[in-house]
Design a protein around this ligand. Structure first.
Ligand SMILES: Nc1nc2c(ncn2[C@@H]2O[C@H](COP(=O)(O)OP(=O)(O)OP(=O)(O)O)[C@@H](O)[C@H]2O)c(=O)[nH]1
Length: 201
């Protein structure tokens, strides 16, 4: 079966922050328990999402967080319309890594919207002392870079649907803007031209 993808979305962030778990929760409504498995390279899934009367299909690339695969991740965010930059709320170093990815995306993909996602909030709900990344610090950073900010749990499902729904809604409203500004231009072509207008270094 082939499926037309409207928008490319890329999951970025340090290894084991929970990128795969977020996609798994959102797409398959489940949380996998058992030994943690590194993503190797990247995984792809297409997910149609209802936005008002329209269906927007997100093509989600789940990249490997290990620094070993850093150069490969660049291939996956090329042409992305949204980047979900994840950090683990119980790990300060993962937030430093998130800042790195934000810079990368800002430098290379001017049409890519950034979403900051603090993961594993369920751990903090059961023990407040585990929080290592302050909500307000991230919100200030989000305001500075014009990003949306979510705190989620793939274990309980908390805020996961809201995150992806927001990505699809934002994409839909941006496309709508193109359509009204450029009447007569085929939206598909317009979008494609953006798909390839990224850095080529
Ligand atoms: N409690 C809790 N654990 C989580 C959550 N999300 C992920 N985990 C756990 O964190 C570990 C890493 O999760 P992954 O989803 O594989 O992380 P990843 O970012 O895809 O890792 P890489 O593929 O190596 O980049 C696993 O043991 C998960 O079970 C969450 O919301 N809550």
């Amino acid at each position: 079966m082939t499926m037309r993808v409207d928008a490319k979305v890329v999951m970025l962030g340090k290894e084991s922050v929970g990128k795969t778990s977020l996609v798994e929760r959102y797409v398959h409504h489940r949380f996998l328990v058992g030994p943690y498995q590194n993503t190797i390279g990247a995984a792809f899934v297409a997910k149609p999402i209802q936005v008002g009367e329209k269906v927007v299909t997100l093509g989600i690339w789940d990249t490997a967080g290990s620094e070993r695969y850093e150069a490969m991740s660049r291939i996956y965010y090329r042409g992305a319309r949204a980047a979900i930059v994840c950090y683990d709320l119980t790990d300060t170093s993962s937030f430093q890594r998130a800042r790195f990815w934000v810079k990368e995306v800002q430098n290379c993909e001017e049409h890519c919207k950034i979403y900051l996602c603090g993961t594993k909030i369920d751990l903090i709900e059961s023990d407040r002392g585990l929080r290592q990344v302050d909500y307000h610090d991230v919100q200030d950073f989000a305001d500075e870079i014009g990003a949306q900010h979510f705190e989620t749990s793939s274990k309980t499902g908390n805020n996961v649907d809201e995150l992806f729904q927001k990505v699809a809604e934002d994409f839909n409203s941006i496309s709508f803007q193109f359509m009204t500004e450029e009447t007569g231009i085929d939206l598909g072509q317009k979008k494609d031209s953006y798909f390839y207008s990224c850095c080529h270094s």
